[in-house]
Design a protein around this ligand. Structure first.
Ligand SMILES: Nc1nc2c(ncn2[C@@H]2O[C@H](COP(=O)(O)OP(=O)(O)OP(=O)(O)O)[C@@H](O)[C@H]2O)c(=O)[nH]1
Ligand SMILES: [K+]
Ligand SMILES: [Mg+2]
Length: 432
């Protein structure tokens, strides 16, 4: 087994960088770099030297975690060194030259931790989310699952299923053919009902948790010159989109990723909806109409109201926004904004936050954060539905229970997962 190393901190100028090292050569390496092996789990200040030449490379803090009590389950070390690129590069070069060491691949530390039982697959996925988290709610959700919320839930469901399976198998073993109907199906149903209720609740919440990872999608729509691009720029507080008095200015969709009340919100400026004047504009309009199908909310912009929200699909909530309220007051039922002065923007942000909160939740009770999780629970749930059917042959009920348990095993990475593992861990950055 190779000993792997990588910088765990981002590239570029920084006060410190943390180099992570894991594998059987860690002890020899630390001794070579610092002259002696540091005491386990105690920070030690040391001059790091090139083991080949004795040349001083940097002064830093060493941490040594003997396996299996480490992040990877192997002997593991961290070098906290100065973060300048020359320092980091020289240390990495020195590590490369050390016998038994090679640079880590993306996600390789986490993968070794998984292989050694330090975390399950759902926790690894949530760790990747935690690193990607941009908002409070995303952080909360990722931390919850990384902390093992889904792992514990799945383990408790599996344990209950295995108990139920034992009950069915005992019946199969000890009853003769004629007596099978005496088996108490009510007992099996009673054992499975609470699990099915919990799974149903988790499945209902899953779309919100998945959406929280992706963000709440808001489309800014309306006729040309309604002030859509001006509003996007005001919300993003940056000059993202071109604004001009010419109708049909915007053709491509322009996105801003915002944090609104701790929730991830993607706001998209779009081409004004009208009978397109040319082919490019028509393509722009077609794209808007396609994308809005997946949106959560459409801001329908119009100056002074009037135009009915056409082109907004039934599943997408429209919010009527009357623009340029410095020129014309909003009609009843419209939210008035003036993007050039900022008037009404607070109320608009509140209205978006309210809807985003309702759609995404706050991450505090999330369990199924990937479609992979939802698919596995859905398949376990339907297997349990079959298992409790009346007149079900007991042999088949037992097979349903086993298939439900296997589906649960896929979530934590206990069964047939090689390709899932590759997909999950390769999405990590190097050094995780
Ligand atoms: N007075 C006033 N003018 C505004 C306001 N918002 C936008 N405008 C002006 O309205 C014109 C059109 O603004 P845009 O933001 O380009 O409108 P749009 O809806 O993106 O237009 P298209 O991309 O062409 O569909 C520009 O001249 C803006 O300066 C506002 O709140 N008050
Ligand atoms: K315009
Ligand atoms: Mg525009």
């Amino acid at each position: 087994m190779a000993t792997i190393f990588a910088s765990g901190t981002g590239a570029g100028r920084a006060a410190i960088a943390v180099i992570r090292i894991s594998g059987p050569a860690v002890r020899d390496l630390l001794t070579g770099l610092a002259g002696a092996l540091p005491s386990p789990r105690l920070a030690r200040l040391a001059t790091l030297r090139d083991p080949a030449t004795g040349e001083a490379l940097d002064q830093g803090i060493l941490l040594f975690f003997p396996g299996p009590r480490s992040a990877t389950g192997e002997d593991y070390a961290e070098l906290h060194i100065h973060g300048g690129s020359a320092v980091v590069n020289r240390i990495l070069t020195t590590l490369s030259a050390f016998p038994g060491l090679r640079p880590a691949e993306a996600g390789e530390f986490a993968r070794r931790g998984f292989a050694n039982g330090k975390l399950d697959l759902s926790q690894a996925e949530a760790l990747a989310d935690l690193i990607d988290a941009q908002t409070e709610a995303q952080r909360r959700q990722a931390l919850r699952v990384a902390g093992g919320a889904l792992r514990r839930q799945v383990e408790s469901w599996r344990a209950a299923l295995i108990d139920a399976l034992a009950m069915v198998e005992a019946e199969l073993d000890f009853s003769d053919e004629a007596d099978v109907s005496a088996f108490d199906r009510a007992a099996l149903r009673a054992a499975l009902d609470p699990i099915r209720a919990e799974m149903r609740a988790a499945l209902l919440e899953a779309p919100a948790s998945e959406r929280l990872r992706e963000g709440f999608l808001v489309m800014i729509m309306g006729p040309p010159n309604a002030g859509k691009s001006t509003l996007l720029n005001a919300l993003a507080r940056r000059d993202l989109a071109i604004v001009s008095a010419t109708p049909g200015t915007t053709r491509d969709m322009i996105e801003a990723h915002l944090d609104i009340a701790g929730l991830p919100v993607t706001v998209v400026d779009t081409a004004g909806l009208r009978e397109a004047a040319d082919e490019i504009e028509r393509i722009g309009v077609d794209r808007v109409l396609a994308r809005v199908e997946t949106a959560d909310l459409a801001l329908w912009l119009s100056t002074g109201g009037g135009t009915p929200p056409e082109g907004i699909p039934p599943g997408v909530e429209p919010l009527k926004v009357s623009t340029k309220s410095d020129l014309r007051p909003p009609p009843a039922g419209w939210l008035g904004v003036c993007a050039t002065s900022g008037m009404g923007l607070g109320a608009l942000l509140d209205a978006i936050a309210l809807r985003a909160k309702a759609r995404l939740g706050d991450g505090g009770s999330s369990l199924l954060i990937r479609d992979r999780h939802r698919a596995a629970i859905a398949s376990a749930f339907s297997a349990l539905d079959h298992a409790v059917e009346d007149e079900k042959d007991l042999e088949f009920a037992a097979e349903d229970l086993r298939s439900a348990a296997r589906a649960l095993g896929r979530i934590v990475g206990a069964v047939d997962v090689e390709h899932v593992l590759d997909a999950v861990f390769s999405r990590f950055c190097i050094g995780k």
